[in-house]
Design a protein around this ligand. Structure first.
Ligand SMILES: Cc1cc2nc3c(=O)[nH]c(=O)nc-3n(C[C@H](O)[C@H](O)[C@H](O)COP(=O)(O)OP(=O)(O)OC[C@H]3O[C@@H](n4cnc5c(N)ncnc54)[C@H](O)[C@@H]3O)c2cc1C
Length: 595
């Protein structure tokens, strides 16, 4: 393993693509403190006792029940988790926040309602509010006296949020902003008291406002009839010359996009974290069913094809969980390094926007994979609403759509990397040039890495090189027009995500092995299996991209280089999936919990 010291610039967001990260630099679930573990158990109990028994009524929108349960979380101090102590909050660290997102996702409708108020509905106030605004709203949000939500999307402006048509004009007496327009899909809008609303001042300058529920001219539409997360409230909002006091402008006129996008960075990471909990939950349910259900005279859990499904669910969840807690640890240590925690937190979220988008995309796609396999394991019963996996399947689907669709997040990952590369913040260009020289020089006879993780370590280094090869070719050809080549950008983003997942899985397994942890052998196998499959995906994505970027002799040369880089020794992933599935079945749950 490389041991070059990591410079400051290589601790930056996206730097994992070129920097060497040591296992001890990576936070893992085994590093959770006793308090964080206790928080997790308390949340599990809260969900099991207070929320899960009400799911049938919540799914039918029983009047007042969801806000009542969210307020119950407030009584436990959870609604103020991200709010600074001076405004009545608990100012919990990022890792505890990650534990909360993970645990509450057992019932996604509740997680979404909780997240709307504590996350995207509060973060704009914490980071951008004036002292008066913070004093007025945050202490009441912390107790649940006020619930808040975030209103950015409009019927004609979702992904393209800056195309919003809602307008704000100053009233003739100069005391109010008069808002006119419509918002769409607003989570918790049906029962919130405070609305963070984006509108364009004079139809031009994108800005943000705090709107109270009782504002005249402001009305809330009927609940949408949704495919999933039916227990959550999703409504349109209507504004007709609605007067919002002048002092309720949040941040500066024309700087609303800064509020919107910084908030989304935080939301995206939390969404990824919540998918970890969802994936573990559905795995446990599928495993239990597989043991109980018999076919051809034996439990279906004994069939190889069921084991491969359970094993792969656990392996992908392991990779996701590894990257989520690693990111939480990175964010937390960067925030803790600052003196003004609030200011620092906002800068850190922006710094790790790439990792947040990765968490969102990998989280939502891993959970979708797991719920889909769970429906399959349940067979016909998976298709029936009397069994839990049908709702989980429906509930999962939204994650790929909100907080920026996965297409938009893939574009964001590469746009941000390119911006940092071009400005020299991330030395990706020198790294790509160095790789070019090495490839021209022919095969290296450097000593191959040895030891228990040697093959995976080699794959990780080569995966990073494959990104540099493909991205380097793309930038050379398309330069500042690369954003128009979305299919290539998508392929590059897929490589970046797999690189981060491989490294996170591997470093966690290495850290566990170094600590002599009981489960480290199985963890190592999970990391090996994930890496093996990811390398095949990475090679395929790079091949697709290169074929669209270059042709003729250049393509032949580039593909030869790719083949060399992508070479990896065979791994018996069938046997590994069986062993991981056996561990799931033996423990009736995800086998790497807290490890
Ligand atoms: C249940 C639910 C809850 C929600 N909660 C909230 C909330 O609380 N607050 C809020 O403000 N919003 C909320 N939203 C809105 C959500 O964020 C948007 O639906 C989402 O951003 C997508 O916007 P859209 O629906 O207009 O789709 P569109 O933007 O029309 O996208 C349609 C398709 O086109 C793709 N596409 C769009 N632009 C591009 C591009 N440049 N390149 C490639 N592909 C592109 C998209 O990826 C998607 O596949 C919620 C939505 C739902 C369904």
């Amino acid at each position: 393993m490389a041991t070059t010291p990591v410079s400051q610039e290589l601790k930056r967001g996206g730097a994992f693509l070129i920097a060497a990260t040591e296992p001890e630099d990576v936070f893992t679930p085994a590093d959770l403190t006793d308090d964080q573990r206790l928080l997790g158990r308390t949340l599990e109990e809260f969900l099991a006792k207070e929320v899960v028994p009400h799911i049938p009524e919540l799914e039918k929108h029983k009047e007042g029940l969801m806000p009542q349960l969210v307020r119950r979380a407030g009584e436990m101090g959870l609604l103020g988790a991200s709010i600074p102590e001076e405004y009545g909050g608990a100012a919990l660290d990022k890792i505890s926040m990650t534990v909360i997102s993970e645990k509450l996702s057992v019932y996604p409708s509740f997680m979404v309602a909780f997240g709307a108020s504590t996350g995207i509905g509060t973060i704009p106030l914490i980071y951008f509010g004036t002292e008066e605004q913070k004093k007025k709203y945050l202490p009441k949000i912390a107790t649940g006296e006020l619930l808040s939500c975030y209103a950015l999307s409009e019927p004609q402006a979702g992904s393209d949020a800056l195309a919003a048509r809602t307008r704000a004009v100053l009233s003739p007496d100069g005391k109010n902003w008069l808002l006119t327009g419509q918002k769409m899909w607003i989570t918790s809008g049906g029962f919130s008291d405070v609305f963070i609303v984006f509108a364009k001042v004079d139809g031009e300058k994108f800005s943000c406002f705090i709107v109270d529920r009782k504002t005249p001219g402001f009305s809330i539409g009927a609940e949408e009839n949704k495919m999933g997360i039916r227990g959550s409230s999703t409504v349109p909002l209507f504004f007709e010359n609605a007067p919002v006091p002048k002092e309720n402008l949040l941040h500066e006129i024309g700087r609303g996009h800064i509020v919107a996008f910084n908030t989304l960075n935080a939301g995206r990471f939390s969404l990824g974290a919540s998918c970890v909990g969802g994936a573990k939950n559905v795995l446990a349910i599928a495993a239990k069913y597989a043991k109980e259900r018999t076919a051809f005279g034996k439990p279906i859990a004994e069939f190889g094809l069921i084991k491969t499904q359970l094993g792969e669910m656990a392996i992908r969840t392991y990779a996701l969980e590894s990257m989520i807690y690693r990111t939480a640890g990175t964010i937390e240590s960067a925030v803790a390094a600052g003196t003004d925690k609030v200011k620092q937190a906002m800068q850190v979220l922006e710094e790790y926007a790439i990792e947040s988008s990765i968490s969102k995309v990998v989280g939502s796609e891993t959970l979708d994979y797991c719920v889909d396999e769970a429906v399959q394991i349940f067979g016909g019963y998976g298709f029936h609403e009397d069994y839990p996996v049908a709702r989980m399947y429906r509930d999962s689907r939204i994650n790929r759509i909100f907080e920026g669709t996965n297409e938009i997040n893939r574009l964001v990952i590469i746009q941000m990397l390119m911006k940092r590369a071009m400005s020299g913040v991330l030395p990706l260009i020198p790294a790509a040039m160095k790789l070019g020289e090495e490839l021209l020089a022919g095969p290296s006879f450097e000593e191959a890495p040895s030891g228990p993780f040697a093959e995976e370590e080699k794959s990780l280094a080569q995966a990073k090189n494959i990104f540099l090869l493909a991205a380097g070719a793309a930038v050379q050809k398309f330069r500042d027009q690369l954003a128009n080549e979305q299919e290539i950008v998508g392929a590059l983003a897929n490589i970046v995500m797999d690189v981060y997942a491989i490294e996170s899985s591997l470093r966690r397994a290495q850290k566990s092995a170094a600590a002599g942890a009981e489960s480290s052998a199985l963890m190592r196998e999970a990391a090996a299996s994930f890496t093996y499959d990811a390398m095949d995906r990475i090679e395929k994505e790079a091949r697709t991209a290169l074929a669209a970027i270059v042709d003729g002799d250049t393509l032949t040369t580039q593909l030869a280089a790719l083949r060399r880089l992508a070479k990896h020794a065979p791994v018996d992933t069938i046997a590994i999936r069986r062993r991981v599935a056996d561990a799931v079945l033996a423990q009736d749950r995800y086998p790497f919990e807290g490890r």
